[in-house]
Ligand binder design. Structure first.
Ligand code: DC
Length: 205
């Protein structure tokens, strides 16, 4: 197998999904958001009042849709304040992280084109051999504004900060800058600027 793998990691609201989708479409690669997987699982637990499941499937890439034990979870419904919080909470559990990692590795193995995958531990833990690892960063206030624009649901700076703190300080696979990552502070960059920079680095390889 010789397909390209690009990881995008970084804190909440930094633009990983927007940039990842555009990059994947430009390069003709598949895109997957690991955050959305955690969100779909959190939503399932919340709606069903359970804390485990038997089967999870990706059934659509656009909009990203997961089916968990027969229930459908589509990306636009996964950005409520409740699910922001709950996804970060369940992501602390090692068992859940292992399931998500296995699903992501399976999706990469089954992808004929290759994959752009975003999250918190994509380059540091799940895909340590990725062809290119990117770490995106921007200030809290900018990220909070972007999250608001993306989801339409309020995530205050305090909520975003608390979620980042939990994601950074947890025991299992915390958010870190992968050792061999290209760090892009996109505070004052457009989406196109970031994509251009990533493509330049791909060419250097
Ligand atoms: O990227 P996001 O905001 O959609 O992610 C939601 C939560 O899922 C985030 O607060 C922490 C968790 N998450 C994680 O622990 N590891 C990942 N690779 C992706 C997301």
């Amino acid at each position: 197998m010789n397909s390209k793998l690009i990881t995008l990691d970084g804190p909440s609201g930094v633009g990983k999904t927007t940039i990842g989708k555009k990059l994947a479409s430009d390069l003709n690669l598949d895109f997957i958001s690991s955050g959305m997987l955690y969100r779909a699982i959190a939503s399932h637990f919340d709606i069903k009042g359970v804390n485990s499941f038997n089967e999870i499937q990706l059934t659509s890439k656009e909009p990203i849709t997961f089916v968990i034990d027969g229930e459908t979870y589509t990306e636009k419904l996964l950005y409520s304040s409740k699910i922001n919080e709950k996804s970060s909470e369940i992501a602390q559990q090692i068992e859940i992280r292992q399931i998500v990692s296995n699903v992501l590795r399976f999706l990469f193995e089954s992808s004929s084109n290759g994959l752009v995958v975003e999250g918190r531990d994509m380059g540091s833990v799940v895909f340590q051999d990725a062809d290119l690892k990117i770490y995106l960063d921007a200030s809290e206030s900018t990220r909070s504004k972007r999250r608001l624009a993306q989801s339409g649901s309020k995530e205050s700076i305090e909520d975003l900060r608390n979620r980042d703190l939990r994601d950074i300080n947890r025991k299992n696979s915390p958010l870190v800058v992968p050792e061999d990552a290209l760090v892009i502070d996109n505070e004052n960059m457009t989406i196109e600027d970031v994509i251009k920079k990533i493509k330049e680095n791909l060419k250097l390889q």
